[in-house]
Design a protein around this ligand. Structure first.
Ligand code: ATP
Ligand code: MG
Length: 649
């Protein structure tokens, strides 16, 4: 891995909310005395009734996690109402359409009006506190209104990514027994319509076989495209909100009342219905948003995630709005009309803070620098990344080309389950190392353990656990607390197990090496797939790589690499040999690839993560049983991968 260090820049230090001393002092206090620390920081949100208890958590036995339990608050109130007196006319949401000529700005006053109306519509149709509402929407402001309207009346939302199929939507409706669905006639992505209403109709049909009880579907008109209509069940959004009052009293919620359910992206198997609650989640999302992005009043902030993922929940909607930020919401895709779209939008809206995923960074890097260099990006101050390990090569490109060597790259490691950032640099406090998520956030106590559960000290390589609770932690798997305990707390007793492998270096920096299931064991040596991938991507011709193990008669496991080349390069035997040599010189002979397959595309989930489970099967020449591939963004790539496999029997 890269050994380069980028010290905190003078510019970052000059304006930073948290500097080195403060980080150390606060971190120590957060670990020594969580009650005191969080007792203080819990007050960053408004409470109807202040809490007197702060932390009441146990990772043992039945596992119970409660924060601020006797406090009363409301998330929608905190994200809207409390800002109105001083900042009602501030832009809450900048919406940038798929079409580059369409955008709009929504002020906090307008947000209040829209959310109250929608909350009243939900109430009018019988949605009550505790009921589940499924939100299946494209990236339009109504998606955020819908989440906040649910929060306002205490309904529990389950946002399902708009790219999911009717079957996937049905499964999620049934799992949490939703009574109400909010959707849209059609979404638009990259100039093409997405048939959301049609998918919803199909999903409800499928769900009905399993006794689900969707009473109403509220439909936003986005394109005006032709759709089927079920009278009595289907409701037009614009008609409904026109006929209700523009004020709706927020419900006083207990801190531990559920806020939302969100299904994990399914990289490793059947998605889990991750349950987050009200008070602790909001405190944690807002606090991480402020300090990790060093958010200052008036900053324009853009997170490119979809609201269908947790990143969209915590860092497009809840965290930024709780901090009265201006949050940009983008309907489109990075390569439409062309690969320069992100950089154009940054200039157009003068974005200061930009947060995206390694998969996007790598693909835009593959497109060539000229797309970036067309834009000025002079407004940018900070760059963030999330979702996968970012290989140093992509990190450096992001830093140098996108950020003009001026903006810190903040690599945030966290999970749907953690609610907010866990291991991450703070721009004014943490020296950066490309490829490392660096150090824990306040209140986070990472531990590396070996396979027997022994805690490893100092520099080490092991399974990443978190030793104690933090306020943003998930509380349960919806409807299946036993699965929650089994999945996260049974592998290493008394600890939350993340499922990720990790290395801690001599400076105490954390390097996520990938999922534990993906760690290779080559002739008795443990090797992170991320490490081999990084080495491959550091070759000039390679834009993306995915590495898996396969049974090898001599070494135990062989190293099988899928490699996507930069545009304009052809994969042949000479390049294969060159790549093998390159990896050997980057990591060492132990990492010598056994097989290299050139692949025009890799199988990715809808959130852009590589599904290694499928690649493993193909590498093992066992592609008859690939399992569920319905959450793949483009199932078509699988055929090519099978046809060109390198381990044909
Ligand atoms: P599932 O749990 O259903 O398999 P998933 O783990 O992909 O899906 P998410 O919660 O969206 O669902 O992703 C969290 C995971 O993403 C982390 O456990 C880690 O493996 C990876 N990840 C996220 N951010 C980073 C990062 N900055 N560096 C390295 N890995 C990251
Ligand atoms: Mg996971």
């Amino acid at each position: 891995m890269s050994e380069k260090v980028y010290p905190v820049s003078r510019a970052a230090r000059a304006q930073a909310l948290i500097d080195k001393d403060k980080y150390e002092k606060w971190y120590e206090e957060s670990i020594e005395d969580p009650d005191k620390f969080w007792g203080k920081h819990g007050k960053r949100i408004d409470w109807y009734k202040p809490y007197t208890k702060v932390k009441n958590t146990s990772f043992k036995g039945k596992v119970s996690i409660k924060w601020f339990e006797d406090g009363l608050t409301n998330v929608s109130y905190n994200c809207i109402d409390r800002h109105l007196k001083t900042h009602g006319e501030r832009t809450a949401i900048i919406w940038e359409g798929d079409n580059p000529y369409i955008d709009k700005k929504i002020t906090y006053n307008q947000l209040y009006d829209q959310v109250c109306r929608l909350a009243n519509v939900l109430k009018k149709h019988g949605v009550k506190k505790g009921d589940r509402v499924t939100i299946y929407m494209p990236m339009i402001p109504e998606a955020a209104y819908a989440m906040l309207a649910c929060a306002r009346i205490g309904a529990v939302h389950s946002v399902v990514f708009g790219g999911f199929s009717p079957e996937a939507l049905a499964g999620r409706i049934v799992d949490c027994q939703s009574c109400f669905v909010i959707t849209c006639d059609e979404g638009v992505r990259g100039g093409k319509p997405v048939p959301l209403k049609e998918n919803t109709d199909k999903a409800i049909h499928i769900a009905a076989r399993q006794y689900a009880t969707v009473k109403n579907v509220l439909v936003v008109r986005r394109t005006g495209g032709k759709i089927e209509w079920a009278p009595g069940r289907d409701l037009w959004y614009h008609q409904e909100i026109a006929s209700v009052k523009s004020h709706c009293e927020p419900v006083k919620m207990k801190a531990e009342d559920p806020l939302f359910i969100l299904y994990t992206s399914g990289s490793t198997g059947k998605p889990k219905g991750v349950l987050h609650t009200t008070g602790g989640y909001l405190v944690y999302a807002a606090m991480t948003h402020e300090y990790v992005f060093d958010y200052h009043d008036g900053d324009i902030y853009w997170c490119t995630a979809d609201v269908g993922w947790v990143t969209g929940h915590s860092y497009i909607v809840y965290g930024p709005l709780a901090n009265c930020a201006t949050s940009l919401m983008f309907e489109g895709v990075p390569n439409f009309p062309d690969q320069g779209r992100f950089w154009e939008v940054i200039d157009k809206h003068k974005v200061n803070i930009f947060y995206t995923a390694p998969t996007a960074i790598r693909s835009l890097m593959g497109a060539g620098d000229e797309y970036v260099e067309r834009s000025s990006r002079s407004s940018l101050r900070l760059l963030g990344t999330v979702g996968e390990p970012i290989n140093p090569e992509a990190w450096e490109w992001y830093y140098r080309v996108v950020g003009d060597s001026r903006c810190p790259v903040i690599d945030t490691w966290w999970q749907t389950e953690t609610g907010g950032h866990m291991i991450t640099p703070l721009p004014g406090a943490t020296d950066l190392k490309p490829g490392s998520a660096t150090v824990p956030f306040f209140g986070v106590k990472p531990e590396l353990v070996d396979n027997e559960g022994n805690v490893l000290e100092g520099p080490a390589d092991g399974n990443l656990c978190i030793a104690d609770s933090w306020p943003g932690q998930m509380r349960s798997v919806y409807g299946d607390h036993e699965r929650f305990v089994q999945t996260y707390f049974s592998t290493y007793k008394g600890k939350y197990f993340t499922g990720d492998g990790c290395r801690r270096d001599e400076d105490g920096y954390y390097w996520i090496t990938g999922r534990v299931d993906d760690v290779l064991n080559v002739s008795g040596h443990r090797l992170g797939t991320a490490e081999v991938e990084s080495a491959l991507v550091s070759h000039d011709f390679v834009s993306e790589a995915a590495v898996v193990g396969y049974p090898h008669s001599v070494k135990g496991q062989g190293i099988y690499c899928y490699v996507t080349l930069m545009s304009g390069h052809e994969g042949d035997d000479a390049l294969r040999q060159e790549l093998i040599k390159h990896v050997r010189s980057e990591i060492g002979p132990i990492a010598t690839p056994d097989k290299i397959q050139f692949a025009p595309g890799l199988p990715k989930t809808r959130s852009g993560k590589i599904m290694r489970r499928i690649l493993r099967k193909i590498a093992e020449d066992d592609f008859g049983a690939l399992g569920d591939i319905s959450t793949l963004a483009d199932p078509g790539v699988v055929d090519d991968l099978i046809a060109n496999r390198q381990n044909k029997a």
